[in-house]
Design a protein around this ligand. Structure first.
Ligand code: RB5
Length: 145
């Protein structure tokens, strides 16, 4: 899978860990930045990752900030993006099987690294079930403001 990963300063350590985990497991990875832990603004990185996924340049995206909240607000503003902030494996699985999430969002200040990788693995493996869920996700892109 081709996966693009971005963070802000508060998610930088998870970004490094996730990029190396994905590469080790045979995925093609893209680093959307930042390059270090200098304080930065999460929307820039969220939009970069979201546009790469929405435009079909990458299959999936992963975004990390301190809480995961800012990244999910920002990414979900890009049409076609379903960014899921997951704090446990159940949310990770359902965000794929029911919501067809195309971006995983994590909060580095909220969960530990082992749980983060476990969430990531489940999220990458789980398949969208379609059916009634397809109709529901299509409604997401029909809102007019
Ligand atoms: C940075 O301090 C923090 O606000 C940011 O990483 C994120 O949690 C915002 O939602």
């Amino acid at each position: 899978m081709k996966v693009i990963v971005g963070s802000d300063h508060a998610g930088f350590n998870f970004k490094k860990m996730i990029l190396s985990h994905l590469a080790k497991n045979g995925h093609q990875v893209l680093d959307a930045g930042p390059e270090d832990t200098t304080s930065c603004d999460y929307p820039h990185y969220a939009f970069k990752v979201a546009r790469a996924v929405a435009g079909g340049e990458c299959d999936r995206g992963v975004l990390i900030c301190g809480t995961g909240l800012g990244m999910s607000y920002a990414a979900n503003r890009v049409k076609g993006i379903r960014a899921a902030l997951c704090m446990n494996e159940y949310q990770a699985r359902l965000s794929r099987t029911h919501n067809d999430a195309n971006i995983l969002v994590l909060g580095e200040r909220v969960i530990g690294p082992d749980l983060a990788l476990s969430i990531l693995e489940i999220w990458l493996e789980a398949e969208f079930e379609s059916g009634r869920h397809q109709r529901r996700i299509e409604l997401l892109d029909q809102v007019d403001g």
